[in-house]
Design a binder for this molecule. Structure first.
Ligand SMILES: [Ca+2]
Ligand SMILES: [Ca+2]
Ligand SMILES: [Ca+2]
Length: 481
């Protein structure tokens, strides 16, 4: 009996030991799993902020510092008036003509209506899971327009394509969090690589209340520039963004707003023009206090009804804005706007948006969705605009105020003229009247680069179709001398 009991105790003991062993093993394997699940990306905490439904990547392949950078963190960018009254932008003392494109490479099928941040999340999007930013490094050119990636059509990436075209800056419109600046919306590794590996800088935008971003006003009411609480929020947003990027090598300039005087941006800037412009100046002052190394530009609305008054107010109320930027869609040239501006404003002028869409409606039927691409007409429109900028720059005229422009835009955005859930369709409906080649603006077709051949709706997410205008810049207008 004793022996039996002893054996029984021994068995229990052995079982206990085995149980403990299993427990430890199980804990270890849980720990191992947790470790394996540990987020790889430095930006993974954005999950909790914006809840983007896709994995974020850790772009280990991009270099953070170029061998020639001497660890210099940022350039000194200034504006300078010459003895003839013309203006130059100087980067580390050297004249710099801004050859920029607006860069919002929204993936087909995505829309900010259904996915907040859809038009700005390209810096983090890695849908093909290779650890690299898709738009920057993984796009390919469908050079024979068959919508198929043929063996000869190698992966090249937008950054390389832009460099090849002669682009020296991209315009980023804004971060898009409404209430406060969220640093994780930007991927600094990608932007540093844009600068170090491709020589392209960033015009760092801030909507400054346009579309209620920054003011956090209810959409139904729109941004109110007379509201002290909203104003404080917008300044705070600017302060946080500037502090986050001011020492980065890629920053070319700050750019506040985007056509905020236009009622379509859902603000009352155009109504309370004096208050708005005075407030812009406050923000410009703040930026100068925080960052003495980069100038402040704005993005005014070229179609404001009483431009005489607009430019007069800017002249009187905004001495701290360094560069007068303006979006202009006035036809093949900018017409009289140079004279209209310089009548009041003695500052460098930056055409913050210009360009035309590639879609040509058949006839003049605004509700007729029929038509096809007219790449030549788009290209010639860009030629006229760029040559007008050159004509008003010191390159041609020593008293010229133009320091460059930003072509709108790099690639088509299929979400812009849609009913809900039409971001998979390249719509041509609801164009706006404008002095474009067919007198209509088709908002989804402004790309220098299309996302398919234009002949059908079959595409690869990473496909690029270079339009004629791309080659116009690459081979003529922005060709490196
Ligand atoms: Ca990728
Ligand atoms: Ca092809
Ligand atoms: Ca669409």
């Amino acid at each position: 009996m004793y022996i039996v009991c002893y054996s029984f105790k021994k068995v229990i003991g052995l079982l206990l030991i085995l149980f403990c062993f299993l427990l430890i093993y199980s804990a270890n394997s849980n720990a191992h799993q947790l470790f394996k699940k540990e987020p790889a990306s430095i930006n993974d905490d954005i999950w909790s902020i914006t809840n983007f439904p896709y994995p974020l990547f850790n772009n280990k392949s991009v270099s953070l510092f170029s061998p020639n950078s001497n660890n210099k963190l940022t350039s000194i960018v200034t504006v300078e008036k010459n003895y003839k009254g013309g203006w130059n932008l100087l980067v580390d003392g050297e004249p710099f003509v801004v050859k920029a494109v607006s860069y919002s490479p929204t993936k087909i099928g995505l829309s900010p209506d259904t996915l907040p941040g859809a038009q700005t999340d390209w810096m983090k999007r890695d849908d093909n899971g290779n650890g690299k930013c898709d738009a920057a490094y993984d796009t390919w050119v469908d050079s024979n327009n068959n919508n198929i990636k043929d063996p000869s059509e190698k992966t090249v990436g937008d950054f390389a394509l832009m460099k090849e075209m002669g682009v020296n800056a991209i315009r980023l419109y804004s971060s898009i969090s409404k209430a406060s600046y969220v640093a994780e919306e930007f991927n600094k590794n990608v932007l540093r690589d844009l600068y170090y590996s491709y020589g392209i800088r960033v015009i760092m935008g801030n909507f400054f209340g346009a579309y209620t971003i920054g003011s956090d006003a209810p959409w139904s009411q729109g941004t109110d520039y007379t509201d002290p609480i909203q104003r404080e929020k917008m300044l705070e947003y600017v302060r946080d963004q500037v502090m986050d990027h001011k020492d980065e090598p890629y920053v070319l300039m700050w750019l506040l707003g985007n056509e905020n005087e236009f009622p379509g941006t859902n603000s009352n800037a155009g109504v309370y023009l004096r208050q708005y412009i005075t407030f812009l100046n406050e923000a410009a002052k703040l930026i100068h206090q925080l960052d003495p190394n980069h100038p402040v530009a704005i993005s005014s609305w070229g179609d404001y009804g009483n431009r005489d008054r607009l430019f007069k107010y800017y002249s009187e109320l905004a001495p701290d804005i360094d560069i007068f930027g303006i979006n202009v869609y006035h036809g093949n040239t900018f017409g009289n706007i140079w004279k209209e501006i310089t009548k009041y404003i003695d500052k460098p002028i930056f055409v913050a948006e210009y360009g035309a869409d590639a879609f040509a409606a058949k006839g003049n039927q605004r509700l007729d969705f029929q038509g096809e691409e007219d790449q030549t007409a788009q290209s010639e429109y860009h030629r006229g605009n760029w040559m007008d900028i050159v004509k008003h720059s010191v390159e041609v005229n020593e008293s010229g105020p133009a320091i460059g422009g930003c072509a709108f835009e790099w690639s088509d955005e299929w979400w812009k003229q849609q009913k809900v859930n039409e971001s998979f369709i390249h719509n041509s409906r609801m164009p706006w009247g404008a002095p474009f080649p067919d007198e209509l603006g088709h908002e989804e077709w402004f790309g220098l680069v299309g996302l398919n051949s234009g002949k059908n709706q079959v595409y690869d997410d990473l496909q690029r179709n270079l339009r004629e205008v791309y080659f116009l810049y690459k081979d003529e207008l922005w060709k490196k001398k």
